[in-house]
Design a protein around this ligand. Structure first.
Ligand SMILES: Cc1cc2nc3c(=O)[nH]c(=O)nc-3n(C[C@H](O)[C@H](O)[C@H](O)COP(=O)(O)OP(=O)(O)OC[C@H]3O[C@@H](n4cnc5c(N)ncnc54)[C@H](O)[C@@H]3O)c2cc1C
Ligand code: SF4
Ligand code: SF4
Length: 416
């Protein structure tokens, strides 16, 4: 059940996470329509006043403002309710309905996938739209209760043996089971075994790194780019359950797969469309899928620019794109940013974006250019700041532009 038409009475309600909010008042000051108010406990958003302009999202120092729930239009969370909250309400069945139209004999988005996706795409401040010329994706063909069994047909390490990150290229084959995917979609992998509470492990999501016709064309397969998690987000040692499982898979092993997921982080198909790709680490997976799609169609001379900003610690830690450097410069404009090369200044993706400000601005203003950001959550703020500065220096306003990009399906974020 994914047909949005059946759910015309559903609205996305803008909320503030009371657990994270530091009550700094920034959002209330910035909101152009006075949709935000507060009492001595909470900052809250007036449902009937907020028009979703997103002006408050980026200035919020904590991200608390970037919270959304689907509600029945007639019965949103009231101000009185919001004032009493210590935590945001749990997501409900309603939150499973995605924006964007999908087709196919799909099931419902599992609640855990919806939650993970909400976090991964929070940088939009709400649901995104796919490019108008994107192919229609299939989603939710297989869920945690009816996963499909795929067979591992390849697994090799992409990063140098002495690199600090262990990133693998893994190929999964679906045999005769249909598993149609588009560039930019992801799949779920259910690690075997149980967690410390004795419950089966929850699925983890992984972006598809191959184009729609497969890693090996016409063999009903796809590839993933998986980094072994060895430390948590704070840098403390931690063993990633699913990423270790996937990185250790051997040829012939069977894997439980769900999905496909994602109906908006999709590439444009119209000839002449340009793509700006900004990624770190395994955020390169969907970028590889899109680049491969374009590479395989290169001889059709469909036009459109590809520009890539790729951040990694050092060249040895780059998954892919080493080989892609051999591609013609007029096919893809590659800008690497290395942050840990001895004797060289630290470079981050946003530094490279600033270096290419004229080109970046031209693409931001070009209705036929689409922007994709994928990788570590921490990269988002710097990239958006670079966009803001580039716009400001050229007499434009990023906060005005961003909703326009979103409305045209031109701006896509997936960070984890
Ligand atoms: C839409 C989407 C697409 C994704 N695509 C990819 C992909 O293409 N390749 C890929 O490798 N991952 C991808 N991920 C991340 C992936 O889903 C898992 O979160 C990741 O592999 C960690 O799972 P785990 O079971 O190994 O770690 P867990 O056992 O879940 O966590 C172990 C510890 O590490 C922390 N942790 C979790 N994830 C990370 C991380 N990425 N970096 C640092 N610390 C972490 C946890 O908070 C925990 O403390 C994607 C996530 C999303 C939402
Ligand atoms: S999105 Fe716009 S209208 Fe809604 S609260 Fe933020 S600034 Fe106000
Ligand atoms: S700007 Fe963010 S942290 Fe500050 S009051 Fe608003 S929601 Fe809370």
């Amino acid at each position: 059940m994914n047909a949005p038409a059946e759910h015309a009475n559903i609205a996305r309600q803008h909320l503030i996470d009371p657990e994270i909010c530091i009550r700094c008042n920034t959002c209330e000051e910035i909101c152009p329509v006075d949709a935000i108010t507060h009492d001595n406990l909470n900052y809250v958003v007036k449902f009937d006043v907020c028009n979703g302009c997103l002006a408050c999202i980026s200035p919020c120092p904590t991200g608390a403002i970037d919270s959304w729930r689907n509600v029945e239009k007639a019965v949103p969370y009231t101000l009185e309710e919001q004032f009493t909250w210590d935590v945001l309400p749990d997501t409900r069945e309603l939150d499973q309905f995605e924006a964007g139209i999908v087709s196919g004999p799909a099931g419902e988005t599992p609640a855990e996938v919806q939650q993970i996706t909400d976090v991964a795409t929070a940088g939009h401040g709400g649901p995104a739209l796919a490019p108008w010329s994107a192919s229609h994706p299939y989603i939710n063909l297989y869920g945690p209760t009816n996963p499909v069994t795929a067979t591992v047909t390849g697994n090799y390490r992409l990063t140098d043996a002495d690199a600090s990150s262990d990133i693998h290229h893994v190929v999964l084959d679906f045999g005769s089971t249909p598993f149609p995917v588009l560039e930019g979609q992801s799949i779920g992998i259910i690690p075997p075994g149980v967690d410390e509470k004795g419950k089966p492990h929850l699925l983890r999501m992984y972006s598809v790194a191959s184009p729609r016709e497969g890693e090996r064309p016409h063999h009903n397969n796809l590839s993933l780019t998986v980094k072994r998690v060895t430390e948590d987000h704070e840098g403390k040692p931690a063993r990633g359950v699913a990423s270790s499982y996937v990185c250790d898979l051997k040829k012939g092993d069977k894997v439980q797969v769900t999905g496909p997921y994602g109906s908006t982080f999709l590439m444009p198909n119209n000839p002449g469309s340009s793509i700006m790709m900004i990624c770190t680490g395994t955020g390169s997976a969907p970028m590889r899928a899109m680049t491969e799609r374009r590479r395989r169609r290169m001889e059709l001379k469909e036009g459109g620019d590809l520009i890539l900003f790729f951040g990694a610690r050092s060249p040895g830690e780059l998954p892919y794109f080493g080989p892609l450097q051999k591609l013609p410069k007029d096919f893809i404009d590659i800008n690497f940013a290395f942050s840990r090369v001895p004797g060289e200044p630290k470079m981050y993706v946003q530094d490279r974006i600033r270096e290419r400000a004229d080109k970046v601005f031209a693409m931001l203003m070009d209705d036929n250019a689409y922007i994709y950001i994928c990788g570590l959550k921490g990269m988002e703020a710097g990239v958006v700041e670079a966009f803001r500065d580039i716009c400001r220096a050229r007499g434009a306003d990023w906060d005005t532009l961003r909703p326009q990009l979103l409305a045209k399906g031109r701006f896509h974020i997936e960070t984890y």
